[in-house]
Design a protein around this ligand. Structure first.
Ligand code: CAA
Length: 255
């Protein structure tokens, strides 16, 4: 596979993955999801790799969401497929991965970007990071696991508030809610992620893997399947057209 939108390099037992579409704030298009899946599959079969650290290129964004330009004209069927494809190839894969994935959130983590961080096992944010699920302002709902994984992390009340208002919160607020494990100055972000990775690497890989499985056993996938269906059902509506057009025209939507 020709890799264009991510960079990855192994150092010791750590695989560093950088999502690299900086001009588009590292938005996740279909190709980027396929590339990430490709690297995850490679790492899975390599026993020398014990922890993955995922971050975004540049100092502004981790990932600003799914690529709105790519899905702007999607039908209901295409919207449903987009969500199902993302869940299967990336978000569920990370959530149930055989090795820990640490998100180093270096800026905006919005929509699918926050959902990517929520799917990882541990989240470390830089102090300039901003997080949110702004999908309702586009006429859709979170479609890469946010309705479920945000609720699991912060509880139903705060998840409702964050998803229904679509507002962004600061790294400090995310820490207080338990959305992220640590907040550090931006220059220390990778240092903190590596420190965490090294603590994990000292332990039994088998026991680490089984711990992830056991913790995940609490959560079923009924909610995720419902999310895919409801996400798809938003596509093609007048509100969806208004929300997405407003983003593309750099104006506020009028619902
Ligand atoms: N998709 C596609 N392009 C995006 C993008 C996204 N999610 N986020 C940013 N970009 C692009 C912008 O369109 C812009 O491109 P152009 O230069 O070609 O115009 C470029 O990145 C820089 O962005 P801005 O000019 O908007 O930068 P800013 O500093 O003014 O604002 C921001 C930054 C607040 C993050 C703003 O870009 C923004 O609101 N982005 C969208 C966030 C969002 O709504 N995410 C959810 C996406 S839907 C989703 O993720 C669905 C799901 O759950 C599956």
């Amino acid at each position: 596979m020709q890799i264009e939108n991510i960079q990855f390099k192994q150092e010791g037992a750590i695989m560093y993955i950088t999502i690299d579409r900086e001009k588009q704030l590292n938005a996740l298009n279909k190709k980027t999801i396929l590339e990430l899946n490709h690297v995850l599959c490679l790492c899975e079969s390599d026993d020398d790799i014990r922890v993955l650290i995922i971050t975004g290129a540049g100092s502004k964004a981790f990932v600003a969401g799914a690529d709105i330009k790519e899905f702007a004209n999607f039908s209901k069927r295409e919207g449903t497929e987009l969500s199902r494809f993302g869940h299967e190839l990336l978000f569920d894969k990370i959530a149930t991965y055989t090795k820990p994935v640490i998100a180093a959130i270096n800026g905006y983590a919005l929509g699918g970007g926050l959902e990517l961080a929520l799917a990882t096992q541990i989240r470390i944010a830089s102090d300039n990071a901003k997080m949110g699920q702004p999908e309702v302002s586009l006429g859709v709902i979170p479609g890469y696991g946010g309705t479920q994984r945000l609720t699991q992390l912060v509880g139903k009340g705060k998840a409702m508030e964050l998803i229904l208002t679509g507002e962004m919160i600061s790294a400090k607020e995310a820490l207080a809610l338990g959305m992220v494990n640590y907040v550090v100055p931006q220059e220390d972000l990778l240092i903190k992620a590596i420190e965490m990775a090294n603590k994990i690497i000292k332990n039994s890989p088998r026991a680490v893997r089984k711990s992830i499985q056991a913790i995940n056993a609490t959560y079923g996938n009924i909610g995720l399947l419902k999310e895919i269906e409801l996400f798809g059902s938003c596509f093609g509506s007048e509100e969806f057209k208004e929300g997405v057009s407003a983003f593309l025209e750099k104006r506020k939507p009028n619902f």
